[in-house]
Every structure is written in C-alpha cells, then in structure tokens.
Design a protein around this ligand. Structure first.
Ligand SMILES: Nc1ncnc2c1ncn2[C@@H]1O[C@H](COP(=O)(O)OP(=O)(O)O)[C@@H](O)[C@H]1O
Ligand SMILES: [Mg+2]
Length: 381
C-alpha cells in the first residue's frame, strides 16, 4: 500500500471534531482502502451498502445501526449513494449521542447528487473531497508518470504504461455502462462514449453547450444536465468565469476539464509519454493536470478563470482570505511574460502571478510574476 498519511490525518482530525464525516470522490480513488484503515485504527465496523447481505441486515436500519453504534466506536458506511433513505435514520442516531466521530460515510457522488443527505445531515456532517494520488504523495520524480497515467492508484501503480492504459479503458467502460445509468444518464453506451470523446476535445476550453447538443442529438438543457451530473461524479470540472468590474466584455461560459489526466489521455488515444510529448494538444494536457494538482495543493476558497473578448486571459484565479493569486500554466522550457499577463495583474489587482511550468528553476521574471516548477508542490525526494 502507498502511504497517504496527510489524508489519514485530515480524516482522523475531522472525526475528532465532528459527529459524522463524509469522504466523497470518484470511484477507485482509494476511499474504501483508507476508510478500512481508519476503521482498524479506531475499532470501527465497516459496512458496504453495495453488498446484498449488508442491505438485508439493515432492513430495520434504526434498530440495526443503533445496536452497532453501542458496540463500535465508529461505523463506516460505504457507497451511501445506494441507500439515500438511510440519511434520515443517521440523523436520529447522530442526534441521540453527542459523541464525535460516530459515522464515516463514503460515496462516489457529491452532496448535490445525494440531495437527501445534504438536507437531513446539513450542519451535522463534515465533507472531505478525495481524489487519487497527488504529486505530493507520489513525489516530484514521478511527475511524468502521474501526468501520463493519471491519479487513480491502480492506473498509476500498474506494471506498465500499456496495462495502465487498459485499466483506464475498463474504467471508462464502467463509467458508461454502470455509473452514468445509475445516476440517471441513460443514453446508449455508444452515444455516451461519443459524448466523452467530444468532452475530451473541449478539455481546457470554454464550452459551448449548443454545439455539443447538436453533435450528440440532445437538447441544450440535457447536455448541461449531463455535464452537471458528471461534475457531481467528480469526473469533470467546470471552472467558472470571474467577472471583474470592468468596461470590457468578458467570457461568461464555464471552462471544461476532465479531472483525471490519465482518462483524458485514454480518450485522446495517447498511450505513452512519447505520444504525449509530440501531441498537438500537449499544452491542454499540461494545463488540466497542473490545474488539478495546484488546486489540491493550494486549496483556495474559490477558483475561477478569466477571459475578455479582447483576448486577455488568465488560466486560474484563486481567492483565499484577502489574497488574489493568478496562475498561468505553460508547457515550455522558458515561458515568457506576455501582455495578457500584465493586463490580468492590473485588471484583477492580483497579489501575485505564478507561471507553472515543467522546468526545474524557480525565479521571478519581473516584479509580481514568478516562474514556478510544478514539482515544487511535492516534497523533495
Ligand atoms: N494507497 C494505496 N496504495 C495502493 N493501492 C491503492 C491505494 N489506495 C487504493 N488502492 C487500490 O486502488 C483500488 C481502488 O481502491 P478503493 O479503496 O477500492 O477505491 P474506492 O473505494 O474509492 O473505489 C483498489 O484496488 C486498491 O487496492
Ligand atoms: Mg469503495
């Protein structure tokens, strides 16, 4: 097992401070593995709601869980999206005892998709979003592998690039054949694959729902719903535009990214590093990968992109406390300061602008603009 000590610490500390904690993320990012570890450490019991036996044992959930709660310090409930009726019961149990760390819930969809959970457990549950491995976990010397294969543990740790690629193909088949229908996205698999390949082409771009709708034969509204659900399944990121209070015309549609670079490479048929480094979409791939890693590292309160119809743009604007930090992602040995960057600094009143690139040296290019290797977010090996 690959140690994920920072994440373990964050979950443990949340359990110390809240009655219940929800660990949410896409399938296969490692939720069950880490939750079993926590259950071991804390004398907890683990229940999988995808197992028919468990469901049978929970036919009277209030009684069954009430009895378990008396015997175990912690109850882990996996795949909670399978049994949303349970949330009302959990609420009763949580209110019965003031003790912290009673429940750890795991789910493969955001609270927006688990509507009943957010309603019945509002204010009683601490949410932790989880993805696959971060660069900080795998180390700076694995940057190319993490970028190419993506952050799902099985894909990253596969014996070869080829078997990693096959694993990702199977993962996408499960998304299309099982997970999307489970969340109400019920088009035929061939149509869903076509949708995914089109989404992959929009990676890193402002997304035009009517164009996509026409190509796929759905209404505008349906396409947007599909995207929202995929976003809530933690597979797609929609970065919203920032509106500065300016006279300029600014872009108002979200930018679209596939969250996992490895799945994107599979959809774009980029199986190894050579094909990635010679691919015309190399820049978009770098932008998406570095964006996810930077967001996980910086954990801003809010994140946006910015673009004007005049051509000025900024890949990422992060707001945290009173700081406004801009980030540009450039796959180049020696990125240069551009006019657009200076406009972004002025118009958005940035405290700093970082250019995140694949090189080794960190240094200021001019006042307020710094070149930063992506690998600096990982501890030195
Ligand atoms: N820290 C880790 N080190 C190595 N393999 C891992 C790690 N975490 C998860 N895995 C592997 O990844 C796969 C998915 O993990 P799992 O915990 O089942 O994810 P989830 O519950 O999010 O679907 C499993 O095969 C598991 O063994
Ligand atoms: Mg699991």
């Amino acid at each position: 097992m690959f140690a994920r000590s920072e994440l373990l610490r964050a979950i443990s500390s949340a359990l110390e401070n809240e009655r219940s904690v929800a660990l949410l993320g896409a399938r296969q990012v490692g939720k069950t593995s880490i939750a079993r570890e926590i259950a071991r450490q804390r004398g907890g019991i683990y229940l999988d709601l995808e197992s028919p036996d468990t469901l049978l044992g929970l036919s009277n959930p209030l009684r069954a869980l009430g009895a378990l709660a008396e015997q175990h310090a912690l109850i882990v409930l996996d795949e909670v999206q399978r049994l949303p009726e349970l949330f009302a019961v959990l609420r009763v149990l949580i209110d019965r005892s003031p003790r912290n760390g009673q429940f750890l819930l795991l789910g493969s969809a955001s609270p927006a998709l688990l509507r009943q959970s957010s309603e019945s457990l509002a204010g009683r549950m601490h949410l932790i979003e989880m993805a696959g491995f971060s660069l900080a976990e795998t180390g700076a010397d694995t940057l190319h592998r993490l970028w190419l294969r993506g952050d799902y543990p099985r894909s990253f740790l596969a014996g070869s690039d080829a078997s990693s690629f096959t694993w990702r193909g199977n993962y996408m088949a499960n998304v299309v054949n099982r997970d999307m229908p489970q969340f109400g996205l019920g088009l035929p698999a061939t149509t869903l694959f076509r949708l995914w390949r089109m989404l992959a082409h929009y990676h890193g771009q402002v997304f035009n729902s009517s164009e996509l709708a026409r190509a796929i034969g759905l209404s505008d509204t349906s396409v947007r719903r599909y995207l929202d659900v995929l976003t809530d399944m933690y597979l797609v990121r929609q970065l919203q535009p920032w509106f500065a209070n300016l006279g300029k015309r600014q872009v108002k549609a979200p930018k679209l990214y596939l969250r996992d670079s490895g799945l994107w490479h599979w959809l774009m048929d980029i199986p190894h590093l050579t094909s990635l480094l010679t691919n015309p979409k190399l820049g978009a791939s770098w932008e998406g990968f570095a964006l996810e890693q930077v967001l996980r590292h910086a954990q801003p309160h809010e994140a946006y992109f910015w673009a004007t119809h005049g051509g000025a743009e900024l890949d990422l604007l992060m707001l945290r406390a009173n700081q406004r930090v801009g980030v540009e992602f450039k796959f180049a040995d020696a990125p240069k300061v551009t006019k657009s960057m200076r406009i972004a600094i002025d118009d958005l009143r940035l405290d700093a602008l970082y250019i995140v690139y694949p090189g080794e040296q960190r240094f200021a290019l001019e006042a307020g603009i710094e070149l930063v290797p992506l690998s600096t977010i990982a501890p030195p090996n």
